[in-house]
Design a binder for this molecule. Structure first.
Ligand code: GRF
Length: 205
């Protein structure tokens, strides 16, 4: 039952590669663990596992990139149109390797989330993605790392932090073991956070 305090999320997910976070969100919606529906998946990478997984899951999937639209403003407009045509009320970036265009940023201001595999502001910014993040954490001798979910602004990894969780870095950790453990946590943490948003415990705009 919808009440004043719950609103079904119409989630558009942007993903460039593997799509494990995307799949976790699709599955949580289908199981009824999250009051939402993944209304569209957009990828800039036509060969991504994310697009493949979205199609297999029966979710509307779109390849939109500088290959489909050579002008940046046309691409921004095309992405915006897909979002509105599918009734999107929240945009979830899950391993999306491109910047969001000004129109989408403006129209969905305060309703675009990203997940990052460190405790921002540490280990964020340009070049800090994938194994680079975990290598930097291990090289710095950190005892704790974590996951950050934040609002998206023009620059990478800079928007308001919505939620973070800590993960211990073990003496024995390699880049591989640490990235696996962090990614596993990301999958459940993104779902939990979206649930809190749908229940209005975390308030977006
Ligand atoms: C995650 O580590 C996320 O934090 C980062 O990109 C990765 C995406 O993983 N932004 P997946 O495609 O969801 O498996």
């Amino acid at each position: 039952m919808e009440s004043e305090n719950t609103k079904k999320l119409q989630i558009a997910i942007f993903a460039s590669h593997t799509g494990t976070n995307m799949q976790a969100i699709i599955d949580a919606c289908r199981r009824g663990d999250l009051n939402g529906e993944v209304c569209a998946v957009i990828s800039n990478n036509s060969n991504s596992q994310a697009l493949e997984k979205a199609k297999t899951s029966g979710v509307r999937a779109y390849h939109l990139s500088n290959k489909t639209h050579t002008e940046e403003d046309e691409l921004d407009e095309a992405i915006y149109n897909v979002l509105t045509e599918n009734g999107t009320n929240i945009v979830v970036l899950a391993g999306y390797m491109k910047k969001i265009g000004p129109k989408v940023l403006k129209q969905y201001k305060g309703r675009i989330l990203n997940i990052h595999p460190s405790l921002l502001p540490k280990y964020g910014g340009k070049g800090m993605y994938g194994s680079n993040v975990h290598r930097a954490v291990i090289d710095a001798g950190e005892k704790t790392t974590g996951v950050t979910i934040h609002l998206v602004e023009e620059e990478y990894d800079t928007g308001k932090i919505i939620r973070q969780c800590e993960i211990e870095v073990l003496e024995s950790d390699t880049i591989d073991t640490l990235s696996k453990r962090v990614l596993e946590k990301e999958n459940s943490f993104y779902v939990e956070t979206l649930k809190l948003i749908s229940e209005n415990v975390i308030k977006l705009q």
